[in-house]
Ligand binder design. Structure first.
Ligand SMILES: [Zn+2]
Length: 293
């Protein structure tokens, strides 16, 4: 279960490239071994999706699953924000880090990718064995009957129910699609969410909220990916929430080396064989180059 997020200032190097020494150590550890990869927000920042948990991020006050379920005003507010923000995510493209992982997978070096991101960019980049641990932004599920629809098809219904709403909001500075209770609810008070077409029930983005469990089958599949690997590589995650940190604990307990590539400290650092304070994009690119070229 994800915990409340905390902003945690960490020392940060100005340069996103890994040092030669770090890169050599990484290549040594990974060469000739099968690798499970766990990715977080830092892998997608170079695609234009902000990392709300990164070292430079403001404190967050995320909306919880309980608020979404129990409070119609929160639900309306969330859907209004999502209605405005989701297309920004849809318009993003994979970056060199996503593509490097796809090349490593195609070369048979990965057991799979477990991602905490909901942006689907690993799949868009061509990776095939991907576990979307926290769900994906492009699906919507009915909490009452389980019916699943695409976010695209829901967009048409929301647009019809709220003509001119997106335009009335104007420039959106905050484009996140994750739940957030910070912003002012009044600005979205006139938004009209829509109900499930099948049963009239409550719709929710197929994203794991704070206070919500990751589905068991998904967690089990992610553990398989870790168990099949000789090394666990964490990229772009500060491992703030248990849902990601548990894989590091699991690997460390099994004696599987853990490498963490992240800008700033992470909660997994004490368990890691190697930590690299560098950009995920630059490091993954350099790793693919060293192993494949
Ligand atoms: Zn339904």
């Amino acid at each position: 279960m994800p915990e409340q997020r905390q902003s945690r200032p960490s020392p940060r190097r100005d340069h996103p490239d890994p040092s030669e020494q770090d890169l050599a150590a990484l290549v040594d550890l990974v060469r000739g071994r099968r690798v499970a990869v766990l990715t977080g927000a830092g892998v997608s920042t170079d695609s234009g999706i902000p990392d709300y948990r990164g070292p430079d991020s403001p404190p967050r006050n995320p909306m919880t699953y309980q608020q979404f379920i129990g409070d119609e005003a929160f639900r309306r507010h969330y859907w209004a924000r999502n209605h405005v923000g989701w297309r920004h995510v849809e318009r993003t493209s994979p970056n060199a880090g996503h593509r490097a992982l796809t090349r490593l997978e195609q070369a048979g070096l990965l057991t799979g990718i477990i991602t905490q991101n909901v942006d689907t960019l690993h799949v868009v980049a061509g990776s095939t064995t991907v576990v979307d641990l926290h769900g994906s932004f492009d699906r919507v599920v009915c909490l009452d009957c389980g019916h699943v629809v695409s976010r695209e098809s829901l967009a048409e219904r929301l647009e019809a129910a709220n003509p001119g709403f997106v335009e009335s909001i104007g420039d959106v500075a905050d484009i996140e699609i994750a739940p957030d209770a910070d912003a002012v609810i009044e600005t979205t008070a006139h938004f009209r969410p829509v109900a499930c077409e099948v049963c009239g029930g409550t719709l929710k983005p197929d994203i794991v909220y704070f206070g919500e469990m990751v589905p068991k089958a998904r967690v089990a599949r992610a553990f398989e990916i870790v168990d099949e690997a000789d090394v666990l590589l964490v990229a772009g995650s500060s491992l703030t929430v248990h849902s990601g940190l548990r894989f590091v604990k699991h690997a460390a307990k099994a004696g599987t080396p853990v490498v963490i590539v992240n800008r700033g400290e992470t909660r997994g650092d004490p368990l890691a064989t190697l930590t690299i304070d560098a950009g995920a994009t630059q490091t993954l690119e350099a790793l693919a180059e060293a192993l494949l070229d």
